[in-house]
Design a protein around this ligand. Structure first.
Ligand SMILES: [Zn+2]
Length: 86
C-alpha cells in the first residue's frame, strides 16, 4: 500500500515538474516567446478572416462558403441574393 502511494506521489510530482518546466519554457525563453507571438498572429489573422468590413465580426459557423471556396458574411450574401442593400 505504501509503495502504491509512493509511486503515485512520485508520478504527481513528476507531472508538476514537467508542467512547471513547460510554463518556464513558454514564458521565459526566446523559443517560448516565438511560440506565443506565432499564436497571437494566428489569432489576429483568424479574427480578421471573420470580420466583414461592413457588418463587423461574424461567428465562424454563420459564414457562407461560396462555390469558389471563399467565405462571405451572411448579411452580405443575403443582400447579394436579394439584389438590394437594406
Ligand atoms: Zn457583411
Amino acid at each position: 500500500m505504501n509503495a502504491i502511494m509512493l509511486e503515485s506521489g512520485l508520478f504527481i510530482a513528476t507531472l508538476a515538474v514537467l508542467a512547471a518546466l513547460f510554463v518556464t519554457i513558454v514564458k521565459m525563453t526566446p523559443f517560448g516567446k516565438r511560440i506565443t507571438q506565432t499564436a497571437n498572429r494566428k489569432r489576429i489573422e483568424k479574427q480578421l478572416d471573420l470580420t466583414c468590413p461592413i457588418h463587423g465580426l461574424q461567428r465562424e459557423e454563420q459564414l457562407v462558403r461560396l462555390p469558389k471556396g471563399e467565405a462571405l458574411c451572411p448579411h452580405c450574401y443575403q443582400e447579394a441574393v436579394d439584389g438590394h442593400v437594406d
